[in-house]
Ligand binder design. Structure first.
Ligand SMILES: Nc1ncnc2c1ncn2[C@@H]1O[C@H](COP(=O)(O)OP(=O)(O)OP(=O)(O)O)[C@@H](O)[C@H]1O
Length: 243
């Protein structure tokens, strides 16, 4: 059976204004895949995600998302950004934050509909934060905040979920819970997750793409600490959390 493409990246090059950040990147992500994207600091991971989201235009090459241009395909992508910190006095509840995920989908005037609230509720149920729905964001732990951000992305009914270092600020136990959650979500949607921890994510993902200006994909079984160290130096963590 022919697999359907979720994302296609062909021969993409990019630079901000100075040297090339991405060189001739080729990547095909299939529907239903769970892809890990790893690489050293400054390797170009966030830049590649921004190109997929249509926020940056490549210097050359082609990108399509579900057969559409990245700008048009963006409506199908739930994006969980890196390093989102809510200010201490941010006066907004968990439910209000999750409802923001409906902004591109709902009517422009008249506020959220009953349907929007049902989507937000379902998203909060999926990531097990429904009991926190009235809490102010400022009262949440790092792990709970990450779940709110995922719920916000899920509320928009995405076909593709992209997460940029979602567990950078959570401890190992929460990280494990979190990846179990992603594995469940992967039954309904394509997932790309950026991480610095190859050893850990290779227990969960189908394939690991290593990006350091150029990109090489490995089936998870083929990823060893030695390969990663040779290609990308010591800044990628290769910790085996085998249980
Ligand atoms: N807005 C920008 N303007 C100029 N250069 C940038 C900009 N954003 C990123 N860069 C540069 O592009 C390169 C790739 O950065 P990018 O943030 O994509 O890497 P990354 O792999 O996501 O890194 P990290 O793991 O540290 O988050 C780096 O050299 C960075 O300094």
């Amino acid at each position: 059976m022919k697999q359907e493409l979720a994302i296609s990246i062909k021969d993409v090059c990019f630079s901000y204004s100075g040297p090339r950040v991405l060189e001739h990147i080729n990547l095909e992500v299939y529907r239903g895949e769970f892809l890990g994207l790893v690489g050293p600091n400054g390797g170009g991971k966030s830049t590649l995600l921004k190109i997929i989201l249509g926020l940056l235009r490549p210097l050359s090459g082609q990108v399509s998302v579900l057969g559409l241009s990245p700008k048009r395909g963006r409506a199908a992508i739930g994006y969980v950004p890196q390093h989102t910190v809510f200010p201490e006095d941010f006066p907004i509840s968990v439910e209000a934050a999750v409802l923001q995920g409906r902004l591109g989908k709902t009517r422009l005037i008249g506020g959220y509909t009953r349907e929007d609230r049902a989507f937000a509720r379902r998203a909060m149920e999926q990531v097990e934060i429904l009991e926190l729905s009235a809490c102010p964001l400022a009262a949440l732990s790092g792990g709970q905040c990450q779940r709110v951000l995922i719920a916000r992305a899920l509320a928009m009914e995405p076909e593709i979920l992209i997460l940029d270092e979602p567990t950078a600020h959570v401890d190992l136990r929460l990280e494990e819970n979190f990846f179990h959650l992603l594995r469940q979500l992967n039954q309904q949607m394509t997932i790309i997750v950026v991480s610095h921890d190859v050893g850990f994510i290779s227990h969960y993902v189908n394939r690991v793409a290593c990006l350091n200006q150029t990109l090489i994909c490995h089936e998870t079984a083929a990823v060893s600490g030695e390969i990663i160290k040779q290609l990308y130096g010591a800044s990628v963590r290769m910790i085996d959390h085998t249980h």
